[in-house]
Write a protein that binds this ligand. Structure first.
Ligand code: MIG
Length: 733
């Protein structure tokens, strides 16, 4: 995998910390922007335009969190972290600003535009032949990676931005959320119902109502009396509690976080140098100036208020930062209303008025009216906007690291910028219970992976609107493959816990979620390998099959790790779908973790039956899946037995990674590596395992099918780690 990096610098950019592993020799001698040959640069007074002329065959991949599919050509995207609760196809910005893309054509070139203000990416939208980029500034860095394949370029980029965040292993379990389980009793009910329905679940979430009037680092005593005992009670039932933390700090005299923030000059300031005031859930708030090291330390230390009670994970919300309104803009709006009273309101002035109401939230004028301290100068927020959520999560990560340096905490964020993946994951924000958003989950995941965000997932079942049982099942059947697997719904929507529908749905979801737990040995191993090897955990087919022109248009099938391809159902009332196989694969149509329904599917376009209770798993040639035992939680999984299911063509050689799942030992130690070899010797099929001495695994059942559909089985143990497999059936018979 050959790559070459070119580093360009224009003006005097602010240090974003996105790129941390660039060779010193390259870093020390940046090229001038004019030397960037693929793009023509036009530097104006306050903006920079970069223009690229498309070749006919060019595709544009990447950009992380967007509403778009695999190829972004023909799209208009705006890089500006936005609190966007309506994920409509026309939306140009979501919560993350991920300015990394790859132009894939005659040549393969990746670009990262390291600039924290707004960028317009017109990827052949106004003019289909022109990629027009408008950077709202004249100070930025550009990293160009030229390579011999998409895989090589992405690998290099993932290497430049540093090793990704690793959650505790329980973060791979199923997690249940709602806005809000309001009281301790609500949570108890969910916990009990989950166990009564025999549905595995590792965590239940606390949304904003657990706080005292939405004040960060407080707990509402009335709703959650003796919080510490409650956390323990839940832990005894094997559930983790994961509270939310919002970006805005309530202005309230006597509230310690507010008082400390004022005393320590920790808040962003307005033009007059006074703490900037905006309104979010707590009412009027100040925003911590996360761009400062001392503020990050101060805020990060606050997480101890909750870890002290036994909390082991957090989600950071509203950190674009979202603004409902500012008193300033509200005042202007009232004045407008007063003025409109003087003359008769016509339809146009009516719409102007209502438009202004809607424009109160997240207004660019507000983002231009406050400042951060950067070194000795004040920098206007809009110029560094995309660094805000990133630095909030960095603050949390560093705070938690201080609290317990070796412990992995669960942590993810709504807003993000490239580089934040080192500190936490992200969730995909306020989607809706729409089939289109099942599909969107599948489109976002690989694009996020290209940008380093591997611990990611959608609000399964949909946040806005009401979910029905079929949508719920199909969405879960996809989400079992996303590292972050969480069911979340908005206030006022129908209950959508796995037991909230009918008995049949509960039974199906029990199996679906059970399969997730069974797959953890494979999924966790794949995740850890991806983090360590700097490759995506999940990718579009084009990443692996770039010689096959057909896969250039395939965005509704995904690769998960090295062995697996999935083809989820994302439409209503379907009992199957077309799947394109770039090569022969072994199909396991699973309705539970029992391994039946195996068959070889030949390369090409195939119609695959996938009934509502089934999931189609495609195992690639000479690859295998590893299935463990199912339990209520990840921690309770019995590690002694495992089943390996493989598609044997010439020989399978695989290694499965595991570790303690809770400490950061993975950073400097090898981990537990279990190796498996399955080989054909004439008519004989020999399986051999190298058990890791530190792993509890005692025996492994092996099931393989060869290209002719002949199934072989056997079991290896620590005593007999090498065996011949027995032929058991012919194409499932
Ligand atoms: O303005 O905390 O995206 O997950 O449930 C809404 C309430 C604020 C937005 C988050 C969502 C969360 C909700 N929050």
């Amino acid at each position: 995998m050959e790559t070459t990096i070119f580093y360009y610098r224009q003006g005097m950019p602010i240090e974003t910390g996105a790129i941390i592993e660039l060779e010193d020799s390259i870093k020390r001698s940046p090229k001038r922007l004019e030397e960037l040959s693929a793009f023509d640069a036009v530097i104006e007074v306050e903006t920079t335009r970069l223009i690229y002329h498309f070749e006919k065959s060019d595709m544009v991949l990447g950009f992380g969190e967007t509403m778009k599919g695999l190829d972004k050509r023909g799209s208009k995207l705006v890089s500006f972290c936005s609190d966007e609760p309506n994920h409509l196809p026309s939306k140009e910005s979501l919560y993350g600003a991920h300015n990394f893309f790859v132009i894939l054509g005659e040549k393969t070139r990746g670009y990262f535009i390291d600039f924290p203000g707004e960028i317009l990416f017109d990827v052949g939208f106004e003019d289909k032949n022109i990629f027009n980029m408008v950077i709202q500034g004249v100070d930025f860095d550009i990293y160009e990676i030229q390579g011999d394949s998409l895989k090589a370029v992405v690998h290099k980029f993932l290497s430049l931005i540093g090793e990704g965040y690793v959650p505790p292993k329980w973060g791979f379990g199923y997690q249940q959320c709602r806005w809000s389980y309001e009281t301790a009793d609500d949570i108890r009910r969910v916990a009990k119902a989950m166990r009564a329905a025999d549905i595995p679940c590792d965590a239940i979430y606390l949304d904003i109502d657990y706080m005292e009037r939405f004040k960060d680092f407080t707990i509402c005593d009335e709703k959650f009396p003796t919080f510490e005992n409650f956390v323990r009670e839940l832990r005894d039932l094997d559930f983790k509690l994961v509270p939310i933390i919002d970006a805005g700090v309530k202005i309230e005299s006597g509230y310690d976080v507010y008082e400390e923030g004022i005393r320590g000059n920790h808040f962003c300031v307005d033009e007059k140098g006074l703490p900037f005031v905006a309104a979010v859930w707590p009412g009027l708030v100040h925003f911590p100036d996360f761009l400062n090291d001392d503020t990050r330390q101060w805020f990060g230390d606050k997480y101890e208020v909750l870890t002290r009670h036994g909390i082991e994970g957090f989600w950071n919300d509203m950190n674009e930062p979202a603004i409902f309104y500012t008193p300033e803009r509200l005042k202007a709006f009232y004045a407008h209303v007063e003025k409109s009273k003087e003359k008769a309101l016509d339809i146009y002035s009516f719409f102007e008025l209502t438009g202004e109401v809607r424009g109160l939230a997240n207004s660019m004028a507000d983002y231009k009216s406050f400042y951060h301290r950067v070194g000795d100068t004040l920098v206007r927020h809009d110029k560094v906007h995309n660094l805000y959520g990133y630095n909030m999560t960095r603050s949390a990560y560093q705070g938690l690291e201080k609290i317990d340096p070796d412990k992995r905490f669960l942590l993810f964020s709504r807003a993000s910028y490239i580089g934040m993946h080192r500190y936490g994951g992200i969730w995909m924000g306020d989607n809706g219970s729409w089939w289109e958003h099942v599909e969107l989950t599948m489109k976002m995941l690989p694009a996020l992976n290209m940008c380093g965000f591997m611990y990611a997932g959608a609000d399964t079942g949909g946040f806005q609107h009401d979910a029905d049982s079929e949508l719920m099942i199909r969405w879960n059947q996809l989400s079992i493959f996303t590292p972050l697997y969480r069911n979340h719904a908005a206030m006022g929507t129908r209950d959508q816990e796995p037991y909230a529908f009918d008995e049949e749905t509960t039974a199906t979801l029990r199996n679906v979620i059970g399969l997730r737990y069974a797959l953890i040995p494979y999924l966790y191993s794949s995740y850890m390998k991806a983090v360590k090897k700097r490759v995506p955990y999940s990718a579009n087919l084009i990443m692996a099959y770039d010689k096959d022109v057909r896969v250039r248009e395939i965005e509704d099938q995904l690769l998960i790790g090295d062995s697996l391809m999935i083809a989820p159902i994302y439409k209503q009332n379907r009992s199957g779908r077309m799947v394109y196989l770039p090569e022969d694969m072994l199909l396991w149509t699973s309705s539970s973790k029992e391994v039946s329904n195996l068959r070889v599917v030949k390369q090409g376009d195939r119609y695959i039956d996938v009934a509502l209770e089934e999931i189609a798993l495609f195992i690639r040639p000479n690859q295998a899946l590893a299935l463990g035992a199912v339990a209520d939680t990840v921690g309770a999984i019995n590690a002694e037995t495992m089943t390996v299911v493989g598609f044997l063509c010439d020989g399978i050689e695989m290694s499965l990674y595991d570790d303690d799942g809770s400490t950061k030992a993975y950073k400097h130690e090898q981990g537990f590596d279990t190796k498996i070899w399955i080989k054909k010797h004439g008519d004989d099929i020999v399986a051999r395992m190298a058990f890791c001495e530190h792993h509890g695994l005692m025996q492994v059942k092996i099931i393989v099918m060869d290209g002719n559909g002949v199934r072989y089985e056997g079991a290896v143990t620590r005593e007999t780690p090498s065996i011949s497999l027995e032929k058991v059936s012919w194409n499932g018979k």
